[in-house]
Write a protein that binds this ligand. Structure first.
Ligand SMILES: [Zn+2]
Length: 235
């Protein structure tokens, strides 16, 4: 969702004015993986994205989830992706080849997923995998294109893909009105949820295999700098 009405300009300001565990919390798993899956507006902010990011990360990819815990006016805890920074997230991104961010975009579309981000190849793979999974996808959306280098999703070595899900599609992925439970209670999901997770995981797994092959072809000493790609030092 847009940044125009963000209450907090950045995460440190948010942290300084709100209380952790009452208003917000962060969950992450650093698995030294090739991909980092992120829900920066999880919890009640873009409700449902926490569960999706966790499931897409599964047991093998890095996972970062910022959860807004306020039921009232949850969007007040929205910090836009070009300003969203957290030390744990930054560390995982710098060590990852690719990133995927999962967002809810409200009612800007009915059922069509909008894809953005600067990793054009992975974006294309994501488009195909999601369409094969039966989803409507717009890879050339009017907004939320995620093409700023400052968007955290583009801070993995090979940049990333930003996925925006409309509210009606999110609704179809969950059973019942709630898509987030702060007490960790299991939220019931539908086969649409599973299809989405399967498509995303298929793409990040394929990316991982592709990177491995490239690394092997170039002499496997520099897994992070495949042939033909300009290496940017993240150190
Ligand atoms: Zn968002």
């Amino acid at each position: 969702m847009g940044a125009a009405r963000d209450v907090f300009p950045d995460v440190p300001t948010l942290k300084s004015r709100l209380k952790e565990k009452r208003d917000y919390r962060m969950r992450f798993r650093d698995r030294s993986a090739s991909a980092t899956i992120v829900s920066p507006h999880g919890g009640y902010i873009e409700e449902g994205t926490s569960a999706l990011a966790r499931a897409c990360a599964g047991p093998d990819f890095n996972f970062f989830d910022f959860q807004g815990l306020r039921l009232n006016d949850p969007h007040e805890l929205h910090v836009t992706s070009t300003r969203f920074r957290d030390p744990d997230l930054m560390r995982m991104l710098a060590a990852s080849e690719v990133a995927v961010s999962i967002h809810g975009m409200g009612d800007e579309d009915d059922m069509t997923i909008w894809l953005g981000g600067l990793n054009k190849e992975m974006k294309e793979s994501m488009l195909n995998a999601l369409r094969e999974g039966g989803f409507l996808v717009n890879p050339d959306s009017p907004r939320h294109r995620g093409e700023s280098k400052l968007n955290f999703v583009n801070m993995a070595k090979q940049k990333g893909v930003q996925i925006e899900l409309p509210n009606n599609l999110l609704k179809s992925m969950f059973v019942g009105p709630r898509r987030f439970a702060p007490n960790g209670r299991c939220i019931k999901t539908t086969p649409v949820f599973d299809k989405f997770v399967k498509a995303v995981r298929q793409v990040v797994h394929a990316e991982k295999r592709r990177m491995k092959k490239l690394a092997q072809a170039s002499g496997h000493s520099n897994a992070s700098t495949p042939t033909g790609t300009t290496a940017e030092s993240m150190k």
